[in-house]
Design a protein around this ligand. Sequence first.
Ligand SMILES: Nc1ncnc2c1ncn2[C@@H]1O[C@H](COP(=O)(O)OP(=O)(O)O)[C@@H](O)[C@H]1O
Ligand SMILES: Nc1ccn([C@H]2C[C@H](O)[C@@H](COP(=O)(O)OP(=O)(O)O)O2)c(=O)n1
Ligand SMILES: [Mg+2]
Length: 237
Amino acid sequence: MWRRVASLSPLVSRSKSRLLDQVQVANGFNVWQVFSTQVLNPTEGGVSDRRRTPLVTFVLGGPGSGKGTQCTRIVETFGFTHLSAGDLLRKEISSNSENGSMILNTIREGKIVPSEVTVKLIQKAIEASENDRFLIDGFPRSEENRIAYERVIGAEPDIVLFFDCPVEEMVKRVLNRNQGRVDDNIDTVKERLKVFTELNLPVIKYYSEKGKLYKIDATGSEDEIFERVRPVFAVLR
Ligand SMILES: Nc1ncnc2c1ncn2[C@@H]1O[C@H](COP(=O)(O)OP(=O)(O)O)[C@@H](O)[C@H]1O
Ligand SMILES: Nc1ccn([C@H]2C[C@H](O)[C@@H](COP(=O)(O)OP(=O)(O)O)O2)c(=O)n1
Ligand SMILES: [Mg+2]
């Protein structure tokens, strides 16, 4: 069975940068108060046994924490289908759908698109796939996202990965990303970090308390990080 480890390790070490101060805090809750859960010894009844319904992993972390990069590695090694909420939304923009301009404006401002839009896109993508293993990347980004998913899909995720990365490193990675994204600029990044702290950290805390969260140190090389991710999925083979 899933086992929770009692040790409550802070998500990130304290740092005193100005940017960090700007993005910290929301409603009396802040990044330092979230704790991780480690799962030891998954055996009978664990995620490896649930093969009839799709196996869903939510992949969370701030902008630039390396979610997409590590998802690619997980897909290559463990055969998941990668559904990036951001990519699905960007596809909607480029396909000139009726929601396209609303989505574009929301992303440009660093805010979160209404849950019904995003959940529908995820649902469609799951239904269109023959796979039974999904990485849902960048979702849920808020409690509203999480609740809408549970309502529409009627299930909870099996695993939640959280890529834990210092703010300075996330900012550096985003500003160097070079993919021509409208939201990869310093002003929007500040807003996205604020939104992450205020709306996404409560989701991370929720899954931590449910015993589903794997906190991954997202510093170091891509290879080093993947070696921290690998054991989470190795038990599923
Ligand atoms: N471990 C790493 N060290 C340095 N740069 C990285 C690392 N992992 C990813 N990157 C780079 O950082 C940027 C953001 O990574 P990405 O996977 O897109 O993050 P996210 O999906 O969390 O926003 C990309 O340009 C990526 O190539
Ligand atoms: N669940 C989601 C996921 C993304 N979005 C929007 C808002 C986000 O800032 C952008 C970009 O998301 P994306 O996951 O691609 O961004 P990062 O990989 O974290 O840099 O999309 C959303 O509104 N709701
Ligand atoms: Mg991404």
